[in-house]
Design a protein around this ligand. Sequence first.
Ligand SMILES: CC(=O)N[C@H]1[C@@H](OP(=O)(O)O)O[C@H](CO)[C@@H](O)[C@@H]1O
Ligand SMILES: [Mg+2]
Length: 533
Amino acid sequence: MDLGTLKESCSQYSNPGNVKLTYGTAGFRAEASLLPSTVYRCGLLMAMRALKTGAVTGLVVTASHNPVEDNGVKLVDPTGYMLEQTWEAWANKLAAADDVDGTCTVVQELFQVEDIPYGSGTVMLAHDTRPSADGLVKAAAAGVAAMGSLPIACGLLTTPQLHWMVRQCNAGLKHKEKAYFEALATGFARLVSGHTAPSEGLIVDCANGVGAGKLQVLADRLAPGMAAELRNTSTEAGLNDACGADFLQKERRLPAGFQHVPAGARCASLDGDADRLVYFRRQGSGDEVHLFDGDRIAVLAALLVMDLLKSLPPAEQRPPTVGIVQTAYANGASTEYIHENLKCEVRVTPTGVKHLHTAAEEFDVGVYFEANGHGTVLFSAALVQRLHELGADSGPAKALLALVDMVNQAVGDALSGVLLVEAALRRKNWGLPEWAALYTDLPSRQLKVKVADRSVVTTSDAETRVVTPSCLQHLIDSAVNAAPSGRAFVRPSGTEDVVRVYAEAATQAAADDLARLVARHVHSAAAGVGPPP
Ligand SMILES: CC(=O)N[C@H]1[C@@H](OP(=O)(O)O)O[C@H](CO)[C@@H](O)[C@@H]1O
Ligand SMILES: [Mg+2]
């Protein structure tokens, strides 16, 4: 690194005044015009992370399910997972540094404290379909180059594609986009070989995002073996606007362009950067939907894996462990079903896939999904080795190996997720009715409360208990106790300037009332902005 070059480059990316961006649940996010200096500094950071680890790192310019005016950055570690959590503090420190001298001081401190060798690293860059992408990718590349490292522009990709590419690249495996489609498509074909395709095709809401074009490539490769009709496929307009996985999960309404879809048809929805997936079907005569959320996808994935594991020859040592990781947002009925029927271990972590992923690594097969549809399945190296040993003689081992190739183990991936669900349903000869019949969701409601400063709300016990403001948990407890089969919790969002409220109860009316009452308590205890909910 040359300090003179760094200073010169840094001076072109000054921080906007009065704005303090923090790393949050999944990286930095804000209105796009506020972001160039932060994204530039993320370029610096990921170049240093590449030097520290001696491996390729990645950076995706995206704001996922947020409105099109926003943008953001997701940072990819050499494993393909999200940035190592201890480095989030460095990301925040760099983002907050006062212009040139402040930034250079943090860079020098990071080199010293983390004992980073000087040299040249490589950072792979990608972006979604937002109009602000070009300028921000340039800012990221300038940051990487200012460190004397090499930015590789990988262009328009889904977030999980870049995670997958970084992971493969560092493992010395094929890592171009072509190899990604190859892995998913051949894995799927092997997994469903000999099983009849359903008579009805899948209809996918692509959120007018980057997933549309990519899923089309995959569908074309798999045709006629997998029939998929894609809707909301514009890359010009309507990103996440009344459509997409987040809209469906939060609003429980039909997305734009689905009003005339036949009742009961098998539909799926991706989010703006295609790392979340939910399934749904139209219900009733209005725009109501029956949602098949991340919890239900996790259960289906676990059923598929457990069926296959059961058919393997008995293990000489201990049988493989299977665990499901959820957050407090998981519907209580799903958790009960997993305990009572699947009889596998459930772990609950704070929100954010970085937490779920770490917990899932403790099992031979770790299935993790957030209720909003972000998740994947991880397979331990020991299990994969055993499957290879059994492979040639064992149908179930071959099917599991197909699954290992098809599932994006770096991060939740809506494209790989569609194939996972389609393959699981096909192998069981199930449609949506059989999948829905596993358990009935408890009615729930999510609300957001705008407050002056969301950081005044702090939590413990995987975000299920409020620590501060000190009076708030007591008020929530009283509200919960008065609701039939009630459960509620609140936490500050890590991606939006709000406090989130979740409530569950025996009836929809009781869940709605409980959510509203808790939201009012948040508003009064944590300096709510605007009229009380
Ligand atoms: C309730 C909810 O859906 N929260 C989402 C949302 O985080 P918040 O910290 O709640 O804003 O965005 C995250 C990143 O996509 C995702 O991991 C998380 O599950
Ligand atoms: Mg997303």
